[in-house]
Ligand binder design. Structure first.
Ligand code: HEC
Length: 169
């Protein structure tokens, strides 16, 4: 009986083939906090402002202030995290600038993800960092400079040990 069930399960396997190297590359887009995975390229906030205006402002508003109850703010909130009304944004909360690149590259614009070429992602990332007062407007952002950007809340994440679970980092 058991072996018959197993046979049935094998039978139900769809015919498949291993993914090709090219198919794996197309999906292998993770950028790690230390910048591993960032493609060659670059941009700056001056170029990013134009891309932001045409591709992002519709939802995130003119200067990243967001739209209350609809679309998240990307700017502001510094110094509010420990208050009764914390405002979590890229500028106040996110620990790594490289995560911003990864997030925009994989998920934004919301209705058309993966449409921006790498240089545009660098530029719009630079613009959001600039709006948050983290980089200068003409500072080049590329696979070397972006991982070196120090985010304001970089050290705000601490291992939270529980009585039953040991904290590990
Ligand atoms: C059609 C509306 C829309 C457009 C256009 C859009 N976004 Fe977003 N964005 C969203 C929504 C909705 C979320 C929240 C998604 C979620 O939490 O799952 C979001 C989240 C984000 C976040 C994460 C915010 C956070 O702190 O969690 C970033 C960064 C971001 N968008 C950047 C961009 C950039 C850069 C562009 C332009 C290239 C863009 N977005 C265009 C709707 C939009």
């Amino acid at each position: 009986m058991y072996s018959l069930m197993l046979l049935g399960a094998l039978w139900a396997q769809p015919a498949g083939r291993p993914a090709t190297a090219e198919e794996i590359r197309a999906r292998d887009i993770t950028v790690f906090p230390n910048g591993a995975g960032l493609p060659a390229g670059g941009g700056d906030a001056v170029k990013g402002a134009k891309i932001y205006e045409s591709r992002c402002a519709l939802c995130h508003n003119k200067r990243g202030e967001g739209k209350a109850g609809e679309y998240p703010a990307l700017v502001g909130g510094r110094g509010t995290l420990a208050t009764k009304a914390p405002k979590k944004t890229v500028g106040s909360y996110w620990p790594y600038a490289t995560t911003l690149w990864d997030y925009i590259n994989r998920a934004m614009p919301f209705h058309q993800p993966r449409m921006l070429p790498p240089n545009d992602v660098y530029s719009v990332t630079a613009y959001i960092l600039f709006l948050n007062g983290i980089v200068a407007e003409t500072e080049p952002m590329n696979e070397r400079t972006l991982p070196a950007v120090r985010m304001p809340n970089r050290d705000g994440f601490i291992p939270d040990a529980r009585p039953d679970v040991k904290a590990r980092r």
